[in-house]
Design a protein around this ligand. Structure first.
Ligand SMILES: CCCCCCCCCCC/C=C/C(=O)SCCNC(=O)CCNC(=O)[C@H](O)C(C)(C)COP(=O)(O)OP(=O)(O)OC[C@H]1O[C@@H](n2cnc3c(N)ncnc32)[C@H](O)[C@@H]1OP(=O)(O)O
Length: 305
């Protein structure tokens, strides 16, 4: 596992573009399972920050974020996330993934702000490439991707949910979700924006992005950021039912349709990846941006006392 992580990290950071394997539609992966063979009911693999349980009889993997205190997306987390996605993508038995959190009340707090503060240009480059890689893999996945948002999910956490095919959120107004970058004095990059527009439409996205709005769950439902609200104790049951509904269709038709809907947005980042990294590094390296991020971190810490 450590060797695989190191290899992937090297590939992400050195070669520039990690080959996005199996991006094109896979024809009926479930149909290739040898008929009549007994299936092991469940397999699991776990890294430091993400637990994956694979149910082979349903072909559904559950990926649980378990990086306390708040599942922030640092370089190690992103690398593990990419490795887990790659493993599942290449596993013919896996047709769907449920992405959720093992940390109570938090889905993910978004990008780890400390990765964007006081670091070198090389570090910002490596970090941003990993963020891009995570999104490219998730948004282009052939599997059915279902976000079970069982806690707050600002910024990068919201991006993960938006990149899935369907979003179920716990029906709790204390949990918020949204792309709140503007509140930190930073700007959601074009592919965050495009992903958001593809889910909620231009008007809601423009207003929400300019205001950096974080929506309590009921409002998130109203604006289409999530598809359903479910009492927290019913999330698992609902996720299983929704997944079964999506998996009832032939894989190839769903996959080609998904690829058709998302291709333009994916292609844009692939074509402008290096430029996007340069924009990010020069943006976060500005003293004014560093100051905003430091103040935001201080505000988070003060809020406690
Ligand atoms: C020209 C255009 C060019 C564009 C170029 C690109 C520009 C840059 C784009 C960058 C995009 C950024 C995306 C992001 O995701 S930024 C991150 C945004 N996240 C947030 O705003 C969430 C902040 N956190 C919270 O609101 C709360 O912590 C939360 C609701 C998640 C949980 O609250 P709770 O009360 O349960 O926990 P605490 O607040 O006490 O937090 C516990 C500790 O965790 C630390 N923490 C929280 N969030 C983060 C984070 N995102 N990164 C790092 N650390 C985080 C918090 O400080 C506490 O730490 P301590 O225990 O040490 O005090």
């Amino acid at each position: 596992m450590a060797a695989a992580a190191a290899t992937l990290a090297r590939r992400i950071t050195r070669s520039g573009v990690l080959p996005l394997c199996r991006r094109l539609p896979v024809w009926g992966r479930a149909a290739r399972r040898p008929p009549g063979l007994p299936l092991a009911p469940c397999r699991a693999f776990s890294n430091k920050k993400i637990q994956v349980d694979m149910n082979e009889s349903s072909g559904v993997a559950t990926m649980k974020f378990k990086s306390p205190p708040v599942n922030s997306l640092n370089l190690d987390f992103l690398t593990e996330f990419c490795i887990s996605l790659e493993k599942l993508e290449n596993d013919r038995a896996c047709r769907g993934i449920i992405i959720t959190s093992a940390i109570p009340k938090i889905f993910s707090s978004g990008l780890d702000i400390t990765e964007m503060c006081g670091k070198s240009t090389e570090h910002y480059t490596e970090f941003w490439r990993a963020v891009q890689e995570m999104w490219l893999r998730l948004y282009s996945s052939n599997m059915v991707t279902l976000a079970v948002v069982n806690g707050s999910s600002p910024a990068g956490g919201c991006l993960i949910a938006l990149s899935c095919d369907y979003r179920i959120m716990a029906d709790n107004p204390k949990y918020t979700i949204g792309l709140n970058e503007a509140q930190l004095g930073i700007v959601a990059p074009f592919w965050f924006k495009d992903t958001f527009v593809n889910v909620v439409g231009q008007r809601v996205a423009e207003r929400s992005l300019q205001l950096g709005s974080l929506y309590p769950a009921p409002e998130a439902l109203k604006f289409g950021i999530v598809d359903e609200l479910v009492p927290e104790e019913k999330l698992q049951e609902k996720a299983t039912a929704v997944m079964a509904q999506w998996l009832a269709l032939p894989d190839h038709a769903r996959q080609i349709t998904k690829s058709m809907m998302r291709k333009a947005v994916l292609d844009l980042l692939v074509a402008h990846r290096e430029e996007d990294i340069k924009n990010f590094t020069s943006f976060v390296s500005k003293e004014s941006i560093q100051k905003s991020l430091r103040m935001y971190m201080e505000m988070l810490k003060k809020k406690k006392s």
